[in-house]
Design a protein around this ligand. Structure first.
Ligand code: CAA
Length: 745
């Protein structure tokens, strides 16, 4: 093989009559400005070399091109047109051009392959146009070439869902032309040699029709209607339908022009910007500040879970779903039997719905070993305690685990609010200890907050991040404070929800306003679904720890409903009633809230606008986010957005509370917080503006751009999380301390 024509992310070497064009741009060969420039130059070199009969495009590393470089979409001069012109030259070549696909050929990567005359896929290769997940439509003529390869219906389905096809399915669909085993270079070379020997002609997708065989006449109009109704918050969906319709009904050049126009509007849409922000924030969250890159995780083959209640059994299911053997320990035979029966029932329901095969149910059940014997946990490399949210009980359990778990085993608590430092101390092995706060439902939810105590060993954090990935979840590392990131912010949100209820806003209206703001579920439904008892116990437990404000009206609604046995969905009534399972408005709940308002001297108001409801819930959320950043509990603004979009039903198309705050404008939010402090009075500091938020608002800066100050020179390489030991008074609490009342509610 001859030497490389020149170095850079794209190289061209000559191998006899074949040019070998290699893209080598780790980690995923994304199309950066440099990659596109390199491609341009190497395609030109191929065009200029008459000695070459064909060109093989292949990629080094783990994958074929996985798409355009998402980090560069906002760079000045980002433009798909130059790339499209290169693809047009590739397709127009009179000499054969072949792509050898391995890994994930996605977005601009698949579009590159579709411009080639033939495509070969290796085992494990997957193809897709996932741009919709970034609020975009394919912008390098994927919307025009894919329908011509596999028909309009499948192309539309792939683009609207963003799902991938494996190599075999792609072959059946006509998206790839052949499968082969081996390495992309050798297999691609063989394939191209064979095509040249057989004198296969260049096959240009742009010259072919897109099949609409068997589709009804109103296929596209119906698809457009559905996209506008069902994916109304994602404008790229309707754009995709229009582009595919053009592919099926108009000449290629017209479709090309339409795709370009639609892409131009999608790229600058707030939804796409928000979704791209979340894509990058999710990857950023995987980098734990202070943990050296390349630090190896601890070995993790088997896990234990203590407690077969709602959380414990679902955590066990999540581990078993990922193929990990789990020992599930309970204190009583009845509780264990109930937990295991519930696990089986859920798996069987999944099987009945076609989501699992019967043998998968059997395998997953086989991975969960229930026992009453704590000693069975001694061999596990990770044990997660998930007993009820009671500090004394959890301390006892953690102490026991610390004594019996083998050296090097990780001990974790699934507490949603309790002080992880205290539990780490109780275990006697704080370096091996961390919080793993699975969001409910633990097996279905996407989020795990990994809570880092002041002594948590860095390799414990690396192991926890790797575990989350294995479970298919997003992990965000945070420091210790009441409720961590998610529940601490939720507390501010729920506090204001309850005050609004006591001022006379009905649960139905409160939820409707917040759902119109995009929340997956309004706060009242959220409380009922999670269980009023769960919320009330958190409040009561935190009260015992001295963390609550001295405000008798604080969370009075959940505390009262709990006392009355109105536990939400599970008891048939909470803030709604549930006759037959569905939520219906409950005048009795409204009466209770109003009576509480009267009892606490909270004036009933009839002039509360929808805007006030939204602002009084969302602005404190942002304020609390800024406080979490100031305190160092959250490391990055994007981590907060990940927690709320992955775990708390915050709409992804708004990018999370911090991202949305920047869209609203920090100055407006600060002014709103100050306005509500005047309107509502501020005896308990609820409306105190975070100094960080105030400073950024004054400077016209964005909270999303905020970067934590670097640790002082000479500081420990693994900085301590801001745990309770080092926490300045008042930080990490709902209420920083008593303050003389200034006014009543
Ligand atoms: N642009 C920039 N970086 C990307 C990227 C992309 N399209 N895709 C992945 N990466 C980066 C990630 O940020 C991550 O970087 P770090 O290791 O530095 O954090 C690294 O590649 C590995 O990514 P993952 O952690 O996600 O690895 P994975 O193995 O779990 O998944 C993947 C790999 C399937 C490619 C996944 O990253 C993915 O789905 N990427 C997005 C693919 C996509 O949406 N492509 C379409 C882009 S839009 C487009 O292509 C339009 C156009 O050209 C005009």
């Amino acid at each position: 093989m001859s030497h490389a024509a020149s170095m850079g992310p794209v190289t061209l070497v000559r191998h006899g009559r074949i040019g070998l064009l290699c893209i080598d741009h780790p980690p995923v060969n994304a199309l950066s400005v440099a990659t596109v420039a390199g491609l341009d130059a190497k395609v030109a070199a191929f065009e200029a070399d008459p000695a070459l009969d064909g060109l093989l495009i292949w990629c080094a590393g783990r994958t074929f091109v996985a798409g355009g470089d998402i980090a560069q979409f906002d760079a000045p001069g980002f433009d798909a047109a130059p790339y499209n012109r290169i693809l047009a030259r590739i397709e127009a070549s009179e000499r054969l051009v072949v792509a050898a696909l391995h890994g994930t050929a996605l977005g601009g990567g698949l579009e590159l392959a579709l411009a080639c005359h033939y495509r070969l896929a290796l085992p494990g290769a997957r193809v897709g146009l996932p741009e919709i997940r970034l609020g975009l439509l394919p912008g390098a003529l994927g919307s025009q070439r894919l329908p011509r390869a596999c028909g309009a219906a499948l192309a539309l389905d792939l683009m609207l869902s963003g799902r991938m096809l494996d190599a075999e399915a792609a072959l059946r669909a006509g998206i790839v032309d052949a499968l082969a085993t081996g390495e992309p270079l050798a297999a691609g070379l063989n394939y191209l040699e064979d095509l040249l020997d057989r004198r296969a002609p260049p096959r240009r997708l742009s010259a072919l029709p897109a099949s609409t065989a068997g589709l009804p006449a109103d296929f596209f109009s119906q698809a457009l209607l559905r996209a506008r109704q069902e994916q109304a918050r994602y404008p790229a969906a309707a754009a995709i339908v229009r582009a595919v319709e053009a592919a099926a009904t108009r000449p290629f050049a017209e479709g090309e022009a339409l795709e370009a126009a639609l892409l131009a509007s999608c790229v600058v849409s707030p939804e796409s910007r928000a979704l791209r922000h979340l894509f990058l924030a999710e990857r950023q969250a995987a980098r734990v500040p202070g943990v050296p890159a390349g630090l190896l995780p601890r070995v993790l083959h088997t896990a234990g879970v203590v407690g077969a209640g709602t959380m414990g059994r679902r955590i066990a299911m999540s581990l078993a779903d990922a193929g990990m053997p789990v020992t599930l320990v309970e204190a009583s035979g009845a509780a264990l039997a109930k937990g295991l029966a519930s696990v089986r029932a859920r798996y069987e329901a999944d099987a009945a719905a076609g989501r699992l095969r019967p043998e998968q149910v059997a395998r997953r059940m086989g991975l969960i070993a229930g026992t009453l014997d704590y000693e069975a946990l001694a061999g596990c490399e990770l044990v997660i305690e998930a007993v009820v949210e009671d500090m004394a009980l959890k301390q006892q359990v953690c102490g026991r685990l610390g004594r019996l778990c083998k050296p090097g085993a990780i001990i974790a608590t699934n507490t949603s609010t309790l002080d992880v430092e205290v539990l780490a101390e109780a275990s006697g092995r704080p370096a091996d200890f961390a919080g793993l706060h699975f969001r409910n439902p633990a097996n279905g939810g996407r989020l795990i907050e990994v809570v880092r105590g002041s002594a948590t060993a860095p390799d414990v954090l690396v192991t926890a991040m790797q575990l989350a990935r294995r479970l298919g979840k997003v992990a965000v590392v945070c420091g210790v404070c009441f409720g961590f990131i998610g529940n601490r912010m939720a507390e501010a949100y729920l506090r204001e929800s309850e005050f609004l209820l006591m001022e006379g806003v009905s649960p139905v209206r409160l939820d409707a306003v917040m759902e119109a703001c995009g929340m997956a579920m309004g706060p009242c439904r959220m409380l009922d679904v999670a269980g009023i008892d769960v919320s009330a116990k958190i409040v009561l437990e935190y009260g015992k720890a001295g963390g609550l404000p001295p405000d008798p009206a604080y969370r009075a609604v959940v505390r009262t409903l709990f006392r009355l046995g109105r536990l939400g969905c599970k008891s048939g009534a909470g803030l709604y009633r549930y006759p037959g399972g569905a939520a219906v408005a409950d005048p009795e709940a409204e009466r209770i809230c109003r009576a509480l308002g009267r009892a606490h001297g909270i004036a009933r108001r009839t002039d509360i606008s929808d805007a006030e409801i939204a602002e009084r819930l969302l602005y404190p959320l942002v304020n609390e986010a800024a406080k979490l950043l100031e305190e160092g509990v959250a490391s990055r603004p994007g981590d907060i957005d990940m927690v709320w979009t992955a775990g708390y039903g915050y709409p992804d198309y708004l990018g999370g509370p911090v991202w949305q705050a920047d869209s609203i404008g920090l100055a407006r939010i600060v002014a709103g917080l100050e306005r509500y402090a005047r309107l509502r009075g501020n005896p308990y500091d609820y409306w105190d503006v975070s100094p960080l938020l105030a400073t950024l608002a004054r400077g016209g800066q964005r909270l999303s751009d905020w970067v934590a100050p670097r640790p002082e020179a000479g500081a420990a390489p693994i900085p301590s999380a801001p745990g309770s030991a080092a926490r300045p008074a008042g930080q990490g609490r709902i209420h920083p301390g008593p303050k003389p009342p200034q006014s009543v509610h």
